[in-house]
Design a protein around this ligand. Structure first.
Ligand SMILES: Cc1cc2nc3c(=O)[nH]c(=O)nc-3n(C[C@H](O)[C@H](O)[C@H](O)COP(=O)(O)OP(=O)(O)OC[C@H]3O[C@@H](n4cnc5c(N)ncnc54)[C@H](O)[C@@H]3O)c2cc1C
Length: 465
């Protein structure tokens, strides 16, 4: 994984725009570059592209879309989405990129619909920090469906996609101009491909324990639920080239991964009145602050586990999501008719758990403030039958990465852009600020899709002059 000298090298294969990674960011970047007249080539390390995109729930925030208006949601605006991004990140992200993405997101959704990506808006459930229901997804809430549609669009456009092609080295001039990429095949043979512009769409460093220990030691022990092939290659090359890296300690966690099944529950298990208790039957946090920051809070409980408790009404909403269905099919969700039955599953004192229920009921009635600052007032108290699942905290994806400008051009440490290097999605700095609390739900695919499209357009413009 290094930068090789390009000087004098002839490349047997040559393209205008080369894209590393065939997830949401890479496929969209390639489609956009082709649409803007460039010759494009994608290299992907896996034999069958998956990426975190296929593992995801495929939910993409956007505001003011035609889909929302057709469904009767008339008051969502890019301005609200922008404010939601900034509020969640406590203002500690790149405001210009946040503004651009919030404005572009609705065009992005419409662009995807035109390319036969099956999207609808998700109106019956609202994530923490979303002032309106911003999410758009395939009905299955399954990223694999989104990804399959993107790969089909790439195939329709006849964009070459080399699979089992692991980009291991970049060829660069002394000024950082990228001349080509070396890929290594599973049998160890290498091939060199020349390019006029390079887009890094190979996600972050969640799959690399070594990089996690270096940049986010507190997340290194969490179960990684993202794509293992995301080994931080973009950051490794960027460091060697002298690129600016930002928010490297930032990540998105998930505070309700059913364990030992390793698949996460839908967050309606919390937003619809559910809560988490530890082995003593006691709550330990404001679960509704967000699923990302809940991951470490769960991890810090005795045994690094907790139990999610919700009810059938919440479960009906949660069951829209493919991963939640998977958790149920794997036997991760138990049904209980009473608090005593839940206590038996948790292994805690039934009286302690009954007290937890009583405290929440008092907060719902407005008689008591929640000790963790969660707003239960006027919400619906859970009703039997209840649902229970043993959970652990997960690391979903890293949020730090290469700093880019509004054209998705990778920046040097002095703030000037490299001549022909672009990045997007998990390879670039996200919108989540420096830590685990700044991730607005859906920010992963929002950056992957929008940055991918913007990078593709800018790279095509560069090579077309
Ligand atoms: C369980 C789960 C649920 C999620 N749900 C959501 C959600 O509902 N909404 C949301 O916004 N986000 C969600 N996310 C996050 C979202 O999936 C990611 O932010 C997004 O998919 C990133 O897209 P990407 O294109 O940057 O990366 P990826 O989709 O991971 O694609 C990167 C590709 O690059 C390839 N690659 C890596 N290194 C190399 C190399 N050196 N050479 C060649 N190829 C390489 C990889 O194999 C991979 O195919 C979820 C993530 C997970 C794990």
């Amino acid at each position: 994984m290094s930068i090789l000298k390009a000087e004098g090298r002839k490349f047997p294969t040559q393209t205008q725009v080369l894209v590393i990674g065939a997830g949401a960011c890479g496929t969209i970047a390639a489609l956009a570059a082709k649409e803007h007249g460039a010759e494009v080539f994608i290299v992907e390390r896996d034999a069958k592209p998956s990426g975190s995109t296929s593992l995801s729930s495929g939910q993409i925030p956007a505001a003011g879309t035609k889909l929302q208006r057709a469904a009767g949601l008339l008051d969502d605006t890019p301005d609200l989405l922008y404010k939601d991004i900034l509020a969640k990140a406590h203002g500690e992200c790149d405001h210009a990129i946040a503004r651009l993405i919030a404005d572009e997101a609705k065009n992005m959704i419409e662009w995807l619909v035109e390319r036969q990506v099956p999207l609808t808006c998700v109106l019956n459930f609202q994530y923490p920090g979303h002032s309106r229901p911003h999410m758009h997804a395939a009905k299955s809430l399954d990223g694999a469906e989104l990804h399959a549609a993107l790969l089909a669009a790439v195939e329709r456009e006849e964009i070459p996609l080399a699979t089992s092609a692991h980009a291991t080295d970049l060829y660069a001039d002394a000024d950082g101009r990228i001349r080509g990429v070396r890929v290594t095949r599973p049998d160890g043979k290498t091939e060199d491909i020349g390019c006029e512009a390079l887009i890094l769409a190979c996600n972050g460093y969640g799959g690399s324990k070594e990089m996690l220990k270096r940049f986010i030691p507190e997340a290194a022990e969490l179960f990684y639920e993202g794509h293992v092939g995301n080994q931080g290659d973009a950051v490794r090359w960027g460091e060697e080239l002298g690129a600016s890296l930002k928010d490297m300690g930032s990540f998105q966690g998930h505070g309700a991964m059913a364990t030992p099944h390793g698949v996460h529950l839908n967050w309606a298990t919390v937003t619809e009145g559910g809560f988490h208790v530890n082995v003593h039957g006691k709550r330990f946090s404001n679960e509704n602050a967000g699923y990302s920051e809940q991951a470490l809070k769960v991890h810090h409980q005795p045994g690094s586990v907790a139990w999610a408790i919700w009810d059938e009404r919440a479960d009906a909403i949660a069951t829209q999501q493919a991963s939640h269905v998977e958790a149920k099919e794997a036997g991760a969700v138990k049904r209980c008719d009473s608090v005593e039955a839940i206590a038996r599953i948790v292994g805690c004192d039934a009286k302690a758990l009954a007290q937890t229920f009583a405290d929440i009921a008092a907060a719902v009635r407005g008689e008591k403030q929640d000790q963790f600052g969660r707003d239960f007032k006027g919400k619906r108290m859970l009703q039997p039958p209840y649902c229970v699942s043993k959970i652990a905290g997960a690391l979903t994806h890293t949020q730090g990465g290469l700093e880019v400008n509004t054209e998705m051009r990778v920046l040097r440490k002095d703030g000037t852009p490299f001549p022909n290097l672009f990045a997007g999605g998990g390879a670039a700095r996200g919108l989540s600020g420096p830590s685990d609390w700044g991730y607005l739900s859906g920010s992963g695919l929002m950056t992957a899709t929008n940055m991918g499209r913007l990078a593709g357009i800018a790279a095509a413009k560069l090579v077309k002059g």
